[in-house]
Design a protein around this ligand. Structure first.
Ligand SMILES: [Zn+2]
Length: 255
């Protein structure tokens, strides 16, 4: 009888610890509500999830359809990108490369440091209602914490894009922590022409925070069908639908 009682106590202690460990682990993981690109936790419902209200009520949301932009001679975007370790991971919503410190853009006399870049399939921004195959977002932050995102549309062509190949050859299929996979230079991922559209928008994922300076380059980058398919195999759909412009300025740099 005594042995049984001891086994009983041990079992209770083990179970109790297991519950504690589980609670701590899931607490870290689920500090913010889970969201998806489809279904009951999809974009139409993000605003109903705790902490993501701006996704539903915000009047300056991203992405948008780019149409009827006002052409102006705007301040150029000055890119100052250097090579970085390619710290690539699948965060459950996209494939992201965390970028080493030391790369930045300067726009309107403000310097924004490159933090990471990631991909969407199909594109989030559309041009005259037409999506591109994919879109890459270079996410930058200035000293005050303001965000500027450079978006580039990725379209399908015949040839593999050599500059993008190191990334598309190392796409993690499952959710993962950042892992260094050689080196990459974000400068090699840009088109030749740095003309752009610009507007004030938001993060395109929860919590949909506004005040983001969007700089969408007009020249797309060409990837092969195989490269696009490699990403689509992992993320068939990870693009938020376009949001209303709501009287915001949408400008096009005409050089
Ligand atoms: Zn994005």
């Amino acid at each position: 009888m005594k042995t049984r009682r001891i086994i009983g106590i041990v079992l209770v202690v083990v179970l109790f610890n297991a519950v504690i460990i589980w609670a701590v682990a899931s607490g870290q993981d689920d500090a913010k509500p889970h969201w998806e690109y489809e279904g009951p936790e999809g974009p139409d419902h993000w605003g109903e999830l705790d902490g993501y209200e701006t996704c539903g009520t915000g009047r300056a949301q991203s992405p948008i359809d780019i149409a009827d932009a006002t052409a102006l001679n705007l301040s150029d975007i000055s890119f100052d990108y250097s090579p970085s370790a390619m710290n690539i991971h699948n965060n459950g919503h996209t494939i992201q490369v965390e970028y080493d410190a030391g790369s930045s853009i300067t726009y309107n006399e403000t310097t924004y440091n490159l933090a990471q870049f990631h991909f969407h399939h199909p594109s989030e921004h559309t041009i005259n209602g037409e999506p591109a195959a994919m879109e890459i977002h270079f996410v930058h932050k200035d000293a005050a914490g303001n965000l500027a995102v450079v978006g580039i549309l990725l379209v399908e062509g015949e040839e593999d894009n050599e500059a993008y190949a190191p990334i598309f050859e190392h796409l993690p299929a499952e959710k993962s922590d950042p892992e260094a996979m050689g080196e990459i230079n974000a400068a090699d991922l840009l088109p030749e022409n740095a003309a752009f559209y610009t507007y004030s928008g938001s993060l395109t994922t929860p919590p949909c925070t506004q005040g983001v300076r969007w700089l969408v380059l007009t020249e797309p980058i060409v990837l092969s069908a195989e490269q696009i398919e490699a990403f689509a195999q992992i993320f068939e759909l990870n693009a938020r639908p376009t949001q209303p412009l709501n009287n915001r300025d949408l400008l096009e740099d005409n050089g």
